[in-house]
Design a protein. Structure first.
Length: 137
């Protein structure tokens, strides 16, 4: 599902940590690089606060992102791509990420970026499906 803010969110069949573990594995299998993994709940604990499980994975490949930045360099603010696994108030786990087409629209990318954006979108569908344990056609 996608809200008007450009986020795509799918429910995961797994816990937050396992979802991000699976995402990292799928990303690596796809030939992408994991740049960072951030455990926001651990950060909250470090300051004596509580936060439901929330982890961010930042990943990508210069082959995918560079064409977008060559088109409009400011697109780099949204790259590399990232995915957030989080647990809601009811204990359900979700995986959210920016729709690559929304990123293209946000930055006014030209037709020169169309193939790269489509490839990123297709790749995201695949790694998100693998991470969340959902079937995506």
């Amino acid at each position: 599902m996608m809200a008007g803010d450009g986020l795509i969110t799918v429910q995961s069949r797994f816990g937050v940590t396992e979802t991000i573990d699976r995402m990292a594995e799928a990303v690596k299998r796809a030939g992408l690089r994991v740049f960072a993994r951030i455990d926001h709940a651990a950060g909250a604990r470090d300051i004596g606060a509580s936060l439901r499980p929330t982890e961010l994975l930042i990943f990508g490949n210069p082959k995918g992102g560079t064409p977008l930045m060559q088109d409009r360099q400011l697109a780099g603010i949204d790259l590399p791509v990232k995915a957030l696994a989080w647990e809601d108030e009811e204990g359900k786990v979700w995986l959210s990420y920016n729709d690559p087409h929304w990123i293209a629209e946000r930055h006014g990318l030209s037709d020169a970026s169309r193939k790269a954006v489509a490839a990123i979108a297709t790749g995201m569908d695949k790694v998100v499906a693998a991470a969340a344990g959902v079937d995506k056609a």
